[in-house]
Design a protein around this ligand. Structure first.
Ligand code: ACO
Length: 310
């Protein structure tokens, strides 16, 4: 039966078609997807924090309403993705335990502090921009529930990216201090946003197999290249600069040459030692504990509904 399952799986992948939850799949495929989708879900949930910290300090009612909507979208993305991960067999409680106990990874980017209002602009423009560059190809991921979730997520991310760009544009056209604040935010988020795409291809243990399975469609470096090519043009519209004097397009190699990223810092951040890792996890644990009564009430209500039907 396993051999028939594998043959059918191979056929579906070869046709670039979709694997659904009830289909047979190799254990490695299930494990890789559970890892990637749950890490992605954790990132959305932890990623609410740097921006949520600014909701009370947004400079106008309009900005506050937009930022609140954006942070709520991220919560929705997290829930969507946990549901997609659960279809692979690991219950949400277990995924959540992995996050709260510090065993699970989540995106490096959310371990950096958001210091000024301009950071809301840089996060929207650069962080959500990088997320879109990475996630648009994931709409075609071979696992059905993941690919479908990505379609909706990407639409909302586009709105997030534009709102960030617009914050920066307004600051860049404001007073000299405001422009400086925008430039400073771009300077701090440039490198960490390039690191969101993951280690260089030579140090990416998962890429090859994930591409063979049609989960990833491009390598980490390919996507990083695309992203740099996009922001290099957009930054001109802002009237700001990227903090990378070495940045240039090499015609012969057909690629962007950017500065060497600090991969030691990246390794420290993804192993729990970034500037805000401890704070982010502590805050998440606290929110989980404070939300216990909601989960209990929901479970009690669901149990009563089942009783009524029976
Ligand atoms: N932050 C944290 N961990 C990372 C990052 C990063 N920026 N980049 C790579 N890693 C981890 C990988 O998850 C992998 O972890 P493991 O030890 O559990 O295997 C390890 O470093 C090695 O990297 P790769 O072999 O390159 O891993 P992978 O093939 O999974 O590629 C990538 C990494 C590109 C992030 C991929 O998992 C992906 O596309 N994920 C979905 C998108 C996502 O999670 N986005 C979250 C941020 S966007 C947002 O939430 C707004």
């Amino acid at each position: 039966e396993e051999r028939a399952g594998q043959a059918r799986f191979d056929e579906i992948i070869a046709k670039d078609s979709r694997i659904e939850p009830r289909d047979w799949m190799p254990e490695g495929y299930r494990k890789t997807l559970t890892r990637q989708i749950s890490q992605h879900a954790h990132s959305e949930i932890i990623g609410m924090q740097p921006e949520a910290n600014w909701i009370t300090r947004a400079p106008s009612l309009k900005r506050k309403a937009i930022l609140m909507a954006k942070v709520q979208d991220e919560a929705g993305h997290g829930l969507y993705l946990y549901s997609a991960a659960e279809t692979l067999g690991t219950p949400r409680d277990e995924l959540n335990d992995q996050l709260l106990s510090g065993r699970a990874k989540y995106s490096s980017i959310f371990n950096y502090p958001a210091r000024t209002w301009a950071d809301m602009g840089a996060i929207g423009w650069l962080v959500d921009g990088a997320a879109i560059a990475n996630q648009v190809p994931l709409c075609r991921a071979s696992y059905g529930p993941y690919g479908r979730a990505m379609v909706r997520v990407c639409k909302e991310e586009s709105f997030h990216q534009r709102q960030g760009f617009e914050i920066l544009l307004e600051l860049a056209n404001g007073t000299a201090e405001q422009k400086q604040m925008a430039q400073d935010a771009v300077n701090r988020f440039y490198e960490p946003s390039l690191m969101m795409f993951g280690p260089p291809d030579g140090d990416s243990p998962n890429s090859q197999q994930s591409m063979a399975w049609n989960i990833k469609r491009f390598t980490n470096d390919d996507l990083r290249q695309r992203f740099v090519g996009m922001i290099v043009e957009q930054v001109k519209v802002l009237g700001l600069t990227l903090p990378d004097p070495e940045l240039r397009f090499d015609e012969t190699a057909g690629q962007w040459i950017h500065k060497e990223l600090n991969w030691d810092e990246f390794k420290a951040v993804i192993s729990g030692h970034g500037p805000c890792n401890a704070q982010r996890l502590a805050r998440r644990r606290e929110a989980h504990e404070n939300g216990a009564w909601v989960r209990e009430a929901a479970a009690a209500y669901a149990a009563r509904q089942t009783e009524k039907v029976a």
